[in-house]
Design a protein around this ligand. Sequence first.
Ligand code: LRH
Length: 496
Amino acid sequence: MNTYAAVDLGATSGRVLTGRLAGGRLDTTEVARFENAPVGVPAHGREVLHWDVLALWAGIRRGLDAAHRNGGFTSVGVDTWAVDYGLLDADGALLGSPVHYRDERTLDVPEQFFTTMPASDHYAVTGAQVQPFNTVFQLLAAARTTQLASAAELLLVPDLLAAWLSGVHVAEVTNASTTGLLDVDSRSWSHRILRHVEDLTGSGITALLPRLVEPGTVLGPLRPGLGWGDASVVAVGSHDTASAVAAVPMLEPEHAAYISSGTWSLVGVELPGPVRSEPSRLANVTNELGVDGTVRYLKNVAGLWLLSESQRTWAAQGGVSDLAALLAAAAHVPVCRTVVDVDDPAFAAPGDIPARIAAAASASGQPVPDDEASTTRCILDSLALAYRRAIRTVAGLADRDVRVVHVVGGGSRNALLCQLTADATGLPVVAGPAECTAMGNLLVQAWAMGDLDGGLPAIRQVVADSTELARWNPAGDTTVWDQADDRLRDLTAARL
Ligand code: LRH
């Protein structure tokens, strides 16, 4: 029987899990978990935020050592967050640690880029949302320094790690679709966009990019010498959100919306093809590529990072920072007393989120959350409201009749947030699995290794049969949410 190993790296932690299929169920075991902490390094006259990719590689090696000792594994796949990359020289040596997408180097780049190419032209090709951190903007920022000049190859982070495991250099397409360089129709690099970026930067970006592969491609055996045998390295949905969406237990995908709830909340629907209408572009909805030829039509909404970053602040200040205690206290705070726009750029950078929330509340004339409980409640109410808005936007633009909301990822364990999401949307919420990303990673391997037939429906059936799902019914009356939404609309309009 095959054993699959999933390397699943999130923005705050990484883990290695193993999984086996037995009787139509997936049994998983977490064999290692390690921290993923960004590191600031002085450069260009400021502090540049990097990922510590060598520490991550060390954590992965420890995890796969443990998996090897616990009975071994026959295949392995890697997924991580999107958009970030490492540059390699002509000998394959890594040129510095990848820059973190939350680094500020790209803040002014999209605006400049769109003076050279209409945003509607870019969206017509890529279907990609505009986020300052998209790879295309990172490359334009990198081109202001000498960084690109010595590079021979660019590998997105999960592809870099898969290359270190297998020696095979590719770009897996689900993650490549977050770069802003891909043609979403043909699922291939867009030569038009690449030529444009080359003209702007004077550097040969096209030559840096490896060949694309679809998820489910077996790249080859592990490099000899790693000490874990000759397991196959599989390109899974290497974008963590693609792996998560592949495993959302949607039994009727055409009537379901999903929220992949972790550091970010990725809120969307699954479609057979992209939507690139003008209203879709203006709503900044993205068309990311999914497993099995699908499109993930979704919006990036801020996520539980707002809460974890607040917990970090409270811990440093000697306040209450335990999640269970915070949620228990937040449950007693009246609903929607204070709501903020969770996607306000003011909340994007690491730091004192509670102070920024208090400032936003005060600036908008709402009660100022002045303790941990009321700040936590403000974050959760505001997230639920943002989910409601994103689901309505996405469903409207894709002409979908959404009847159920699936919440997966760490946030699916947050009972208060799930109930608030049901109440705000007026829809039932099905919560779980929490380890959806890792399950999607493992089950795409099962599919690639020939152990599972039937693509996504088969993967989702296994997830549904392997997980205890929780169901949250909406309260019914959404008046308080309608009013809060009006209030927030005014606030957002004021900001824009
Ligand atoms: C979630 C995620 C998301 C991206 C962001 C950079 O982890 O991959 O889908 O937009 O990180």
